[in-house]
Design a protein around this ligand. Structure first.
Ligand code: C2E
Ligand code: SIN
Ligand code: SIN
Ligand code: SIN
Ligand code: FE
Ligand code: FE
Length: 393
């Protein structure tokens, strides 16, 4: 194939990819897709994204094929929390500060005259060897920098690590400057969802959305494992996760219809109060019954079915087994785990042992046994999520 034709092919792929990314709604899904595409183009083994928050870069997404092969629970790294100052000391900080992309052949052989250093501790801690690193700024159309993307260890046909080429730098940089708008939009979508939750469920200015961030994150991790077991394609998995994250964050949005005296009662509900409380599933579903989009459809399913039980004893309809949509079966376990492991206005947290024992005892009763097994298999990831979004004091 001539170079000219190859460039045209790349351009059309670039345009199609950009178009697809413009339809991703959830911020974490967007970063996931974005990093995946950038890595695919340069055959990079790993990568991460940092977004700016004030004068810092906040770790926001990571992928690493080598670590994923070694550890089935490697997704727990997605839920680490750390920040890097925007200054000349680190590679990412330097790129965020100057807005200049950096293409480094070998981070262990940096020239003497550069201000930044490579943090070798990250490799040491994770038993990984970083070599070639391409770091590009994420810039908005107004020229502001809202983060950096770093891709690591480009590999040739024989799986040997090579430097990133000039074409990788051009492509990834172009791609990055176009992704910024999508990132801004997805950050706003997340804010909107969190405001809806606050309004509906909590009416509490102290609430930061920790519960729904956790339930959303548990749910997509469970789904990803389920989907891999069922041989779904990578693209289908990412697409479903995008909608599922939002739908599960909104699982209790029907609580907007529940009076405060019931919702916030610091004690056990009586039978009549509980009857009213249980209407939140149907009330939530009603918000999405227009079914304008795939997302509406999934929000409808999750709101309506997250209190159904696998054995048919749940509410509001008493659906049984696989009559309950997958998303509802997943959200059920995510929601109950979170309700038991955390404090609620009406109860103290349970011990982790008691919670896990209960979840296993409820396999085939409250919960889908397949989902319970998956939950236990990825429990390290579930635990990392719980720690990532602590309750506000
Ligand atoms: P939630 O707090 O998010 O709890 C979700 C589900 O976790 C509950 O659904 C239930 O299946 C499980 N769960 C939570 N805590 C416990 C517990 O201490 N023991 C047991 N066995 N299961 C627990 P459920 O029961 O349908 O309740 C739906 C929602 O109703 C709850 O959401 C909560 O907002 C509210 N609610 C339920 N019981 C009470 C209560 O006694 N007092 C108050 N104020 N609210 C309650
Ligand atoms: C957010 O995503 O901005 C909210 C974080 C949190 O719930 O702690
Ligand atoms: C999926 O397509 O991944 C989920 C389908 C379902 O709800 O069972
Ligand atoms: C449930 O699955 O109903 C929650 C835990 C319990 O049964 O005590
Ligand atoms: Fe609920
Ligand atoms: Fe809930």
């Amino acid at each position: 194939m001539s170079e000219k034709i190859k460039e045209c092919v790349d351009l059309s792929v670039l345009l199609q990819t950009t178009e697809r990314l413009n339809h991703v709604k959830d911020i974490d899904s967007l970063l996931d897709n974005f990093l995946f595409e950038a890595r695919k183009f340069s055959n990079a083994d790993a990568g991460s994204i940092f977004l700016t928050e004030g004068n810092n870069l906040t770790f926001s997404y990571v992928q690493n094929d080598t670590k994923a092969k070694r550890d089935p629970n490697s997704n727990k790294e997605l839920y680490q929390k750390f920040t890097i100052p925007i200054d000349e000391q680190s590679i990412s900080g330097y790129v965020a500060l100057t807005g200049e992309p950096l293409n480094i052949e070998d981070v262990y052989k940096l020239p003497r005259n550069v201000p930044y250093k490579f943090n070798k501790n990250i490799d040491k801690k994770s038993d990984y060897h970083t070599q070639s690193v391409l770091t590009v700024p994420l810039t908005t159309s107004a020229g502001n920098i809202n983060g950096v993307m770093q891709i690591i260890n480009s590999k040739d046909e024989n799986d040997n690590i090579r430097p990133f080429g000039e074409e990788h730098k051009l492509y990834v940089n172009f791609f990055a400057s176009n992704a910024s708008i999508a990132i801004e939009r997805a950050r706003m979508t997340r804010q909107t969802i969190l405001r809806m939750v606050k309004m509906a469920e909590l009416r509490d200015p102290k609430e930061t959305g920790s519960h729904v961030n956790r339930v959303g994150s548990y749910s997509i991790e469970i789904y990803e494992k389920w989907a891999k077991n069922h041989s779904k394609t990578e693209v289908d998995i990412k697409h479903f996760k995008d909608n599922l994250k939002i739908a599960t964050m909104l699982h209790d949005v029907g609580k907007v219809a529940i009076p405060d005296v019931i919702l916030k009662k610091p004690a056990k509900l009586d039978d009549d109060e509980y009857k009213v409380m249980k209407t939140h599933a149907f009330q939530g579903a009603k918000l999405f019954d227009q079914d304008f989009s795939e997302l509406d459809h999934l929000c409808f399913d999750v709101a309506y079915t997250h209190h159904e039980r696998y054995d048919g004893t749940g509410y509001p309809r008493g659906l049984k087994g696989e009559e309950i949509p997958l998303a509802g079966r997943i959200c059920a376990i995510a929601d109950v785990y979170d309700a038991l492991i955390c404090k609620r206005v009406y109860k103290e947290p349970w011990t982790e042992d008691d919670v896990l024992k209960t979840i296993q005892q409820e396999s085939g009763k409250h919960f889908d046994p397949q989902i319970v097994s998956i939950f236990m298999e990825i429990y390290e990831v579930i635990r990392a999520i719980k720690d990532r979004f602590p309750e506000a004091e």
